[in-house]
Write a protein that binds this ligand. Structure first.
Ligand code: ADP
Length: 162
């Protein structure tokens, strides 16, 4: 039984994340999407909202589940008896940070490997940050996020305006 952990802030989950999750689900027996509690300073969505948006987006994948984690990722991977960490690589700009993170995680726990996956090329420019920027200004992000995330974004930004 091979388990892989896909960590991130998922604020919110995008079709780029989902593409990586679907690829990982074909390679591993079990994929745990781990929503980080302490990753970004000022998230738009709460931890519970982010986790439940991930859970709703992966209902078609029987071997994928959504969880939270706090603290060190390598400790979480041990607790779940994970074999590896999945990270997505979009462009060269991701590389330096991801490279440092993977080597630091290896220093912290040699047993845990990091695997990088590239999304479909049409998703390589997608990030949660850019989605929030466009949605906040009323732009159409429907090609880039699951439909329920689109609704959640519209709800958040209309509340903020009031
Ligand atoms: P973001 O950078 O979108 O805020 P997260 O912190 O949630 O993303 O990212 C979790 C992981 O998913 C990271 O490894 C990140 O590089 C990857 N990722 C994010 N968006 C995409 C995408 N469009 N395609 C592939 N990987 C992605």
């Amino acid at each position: 039984m091979r388990t892989v952990i896909y960590p991130g802030s998922f604020d919110p989950i995008t079709n780029g994340h989902l593409d990586v999750i679907e690829r990982a689900a074909r390679l591993f027996d079990r994929v745990i999407v781990a929503v980080a509690n302490n990753d970004i300073k000022d998230p738009l969505f709460t931890l519970t909202e982010r986790r439940s948006m991930v859970a709703r987006s992966v209902t078609h994948l029987a071997n994928v589940k959504a969880e939270y984690f706090t603290g060190l990722l390598v400790d979480y991977v041990e607790r779940c008896q994970g074999d590896a960490i999945i990270r997505g690589l979009r462009a060269l700009s991701d590389f330096e940070f991801e490279f440092q993170l993977a080597l630091m995680n290896r220093k912290l726990n040699e047993r845990v490997e990091t695997i990088f996956m590239m999304p479909k090329e049409s998703y390589t420019f997608l990030s949660s940050k850019i989605i929030k920027g466009v949605a906040r200004l009323g732009g159409d992000v429907s090609p880039f996020v699951p439909p329920h995330v689109l609704v959640a974004l519209a709800r958040k930004y209309s509340k903020r305006k009031r």
